[in-house]
Design a protein around this ligand. Sequence first.
Ligand code: SF4
Ligand code: SF4
Length: 174
Amino acid sequence: MKKVKVIKIDVDKCNGCRACEAICSAFHAAPKYSSTNPERSRIRVLWDPLKDIYVPVLAGEYTEAECNGRDIYTIDGKVYDECSFCRASCPSRNLFKDPDSDLPLKCDMCEEEPPLPEPLCVQWCLSDALTYEEREEEGEEEEKLEEMEVGLESLIKKHGAKKVMDTVARLAKE
Ligand code: SF4
Ligand code: SF4
């Protein structure tokens, strides 16, 4: 059995305070909690106050190509931007990319040892727009390797294979 972790998002309860962005970026800072920078957060709040639209989005998979088509959602009379609900780190926008390395960012559910009782963005969301659930499903636990491969591939694209390999070799010696 594998554990599936779910963050439920209630856009009607989100007030755009962005506390979730602050704590996520602090948790993932190096060293941990040394800085806050929403650009490094794995959750971003897309908002349009004039239309009363606040959409917290958790960073999902990296994709090399942007989509050819887009969707426009109208919910309760509110029209949401074409990419509002998309979780991808993709070339068409600057969301979910580390501002220094350009590496794609992905929500890791605040994995920690020992595990946190709930992901931090959920704990810091005082308006209950984010709530957490766990359930068990048939299947194997996911391998973490895939994420590392995407990160390496993205670095190689940006800096070239030689530079990346030289840096890895240098770091291994330190
Ligand atoms: S902390 Fe909650 S209410 Fe504040 S922006 Fe994030 S999701 Fe919205
Ligand atoms: S679960 Fe953790 S890693 Fe994911 S968006 Fe929330 S704070 Fe960031």
